[in-house]
Design a protein around this ligand. Sequence first.
Ligand code: NAD
Length: 361
Amino acid sequence: MTKKIAVLAGDGIGTEIVAEAIKVLEFLNADMALGFEFENGLIGGAAYDVHGTPFPQQTIDLVTPADAILLGAVGGYKWESLDISMRPEKGLLGLRSTLNLFSNLRPAILYPQLAAASTLKPEIVSGLDLMIVRELTGGIYFGQPRGVRVLENGERQGFNTATYTESEIRRIAHSAFKIAQKRNKKLCSVDKANVLECTEFWREIVTEVGKEYPDVALSHMYVDNAAMQLVRAPKQFDVILTSNLFGDVLSDCASMLTGSIGMLPSASLNETGKGMYEPIHGSAPDIAGKNIANPLATILSAAMMLRYTFNNEAAAARIEQAVNDALDANVRTVDIYSEGMTKVSCSEMGDAVVTALKNRS
Ligand code: NAD
């Protein structure tokens, strides 16, 4: 049966890194008869330039029936002065909410070959393998009312609203517990229940849901402590479950434990397992067009697509093994380069992964 993958390269390095992930997927598509069909669409600044909006109807029509979406990144200097409603990032938020992609999975894995690239001591990070499950379609990023208003005394005030409904918390909690069941069965829910009522409620509901997963050890942690623990002793975590805002910050923090933002994939899933897969980094306008970006986060996002949407563990594991083999072959893009390694371009890194796949087929 044909499986449709919508490909949204986006802006900046998006086109360069997505091309490499497609190279890898096309190889596996032929090698394992996966039945994938790829169709390209526009999002972000690239969509604004053509259609006058970062999330045009043409893209909605493409992603709605697709089984999965592979996305590069959005944003860039060119669009920074646009009204906030037309900025490239709005395209991404639109995509997440249109497809109800509420469950954001962000693994942080340290490849042993890159242990020296982490700013933390090797003994703190070596063997690191944690998963952050971030709620993606609720919380303060979407809560109403929001804006800037003028108070009675004439002073202006900026405001946002943090909200979570019980059903929003339940579904992300179930998602995280199920993932923990497939890993080391430890789930740490991160909140600020001592100060924010919304997250006190979060803790109450997560605790209730936890009773349905007696095989998973549930703990709770305040976000300030979690930030500290992530850099102090990150290997204590298996799965971290948290809200949209806290997850945004903690996952970027976790990414740095692994050395480079260019190594980390992500998945955003809805209730049926349909997903959008993208690297956690942005469009890196400072290096766009130079063919030097690291495509591995995007290639590893394609592996997550095979695992979480297409339930093809074998194909996912082949990509992850090939990335490992490419690193073993000592090829490095500039962001993960260290002395004695062979510096390669974005496209050469993609080629190295395909070569590694061929070598084991
Ligand atoms: P960024 O992630 O684009 O870049 C941060 C730094 O990391 C830069 O120095 C960049 O060169 C480097 N970097 C990022 N990805 C890399 C890769 N694959 N290989 C090598 N180096 C890499 O973050 P930023 O600079 O804060 O944002 C740039 C633009 O991206 C902004 O418009 C921002 O809004 C947007 N953005 C988009 C997303 C997304 O599409 N999901 C996420 C974050 C930021």
